[in-house]
Ligand binder design. Structure first.
Ligand SMILES: Nc1nc2c(ncn2[C@@H]2O[C@H](COP(=O)(O)OP(=O)(O)OP(=O)(O)O)[C@@H](O)[C@H]2O)c(=O)[nH]1
Ligand SMILES: [Mg+2]
Length: 179
């Protein structure tokens, strides 16, 4: 039986904890603490160490899911959590001030890991803010000379997150079956 590890990252509130909760087959482990310093009204908790969940694939393979904290003051966890990982899911919150800047920042912060493995991007909160569009993200990535899959994702919707994870797995190993 093969075991794989993928990592979810992205800015505060992008939906990393929610996404792992949506697709984990076992109850996920989360390390959220109340975030009194957070300006965002939508949520009162933030991840301080990591999220952990697991997906059991049809053929007995297991995908371990790790979520990073979004806050940069916990960025020491980012390198720790990528060890042994096979790919990165980058979630971006389309309601933030500059989603392209967030994208560049995280692609750069995880640059070494991405060049060793693979990345797929999910843009959340598109129901609240429809711009930039997925096409705009494609154009940005093209300008950066990067070929990365990008999907509109609602982190609360299992199927959305599942498609994103499958696109990452498929880009790594076309033999990995879906759930
Ligand atoms: N309207 C809307 N809400 C969403 C969507 N995706 C996620 N959310 C909500 O956005 C919030 C995301 O919160 P978390 O999952 O804690 O975000 P996080 O990325 O883990 O944040 P940190 O741990 O603080 O870095 C939750 O309240 C979700 O229900 C979406 O596509 N649309
Ligand atoms: Mg979180």
């Amino acid at each position: 039986m093969s075991q794989y590890k993928i990592i979810f990252t992205g800015p505060v509130g992008a939906g990393k904890t929610t996404a792992i909760e949506s697709i984990s087959d076992d109850p996920p482990v989360r390390t959220d603490a109340s975030a009194s310093d957070m300006t965002k009204k939508r949520k009162s908790e933030t991840t301080v160490a990591m999220d952990y969940g697991i997906m059991n694939l049809d053929d007995g393979e297991k995908i371990h899911l790790y979520g990073t904290p979004g806050q940069e003051r916990f960025d020491f966890m980012w390198d720790i959590l990528t060890v042994g990982g096979i790919g990165l899911i980058l979630l971006l919150d389309n309601t933030r001030a500059d989603p392209f800047q967030d994208m560049r920042f995280f692609l750069d912060s995880f640059g070494q890991f991405i060049s060793d493995t693979s990345v797929a991007i999910g843009v959340t909160q598109m129901d609240l803010s429809s711009k930039p569009t997925i096409n705009d993200f494609h154009n940005q990535l093209e300008a950066l000379e990067l070929k990365v899959p990008v999907f509109a994702v609602d982190a609360r919707v299992t199927n959305d997150v599942s498609i994103l994870v499958q696109s990452l797995l498929f880009s790594l190993d076309p033999g990995l079956e879906d759930k």
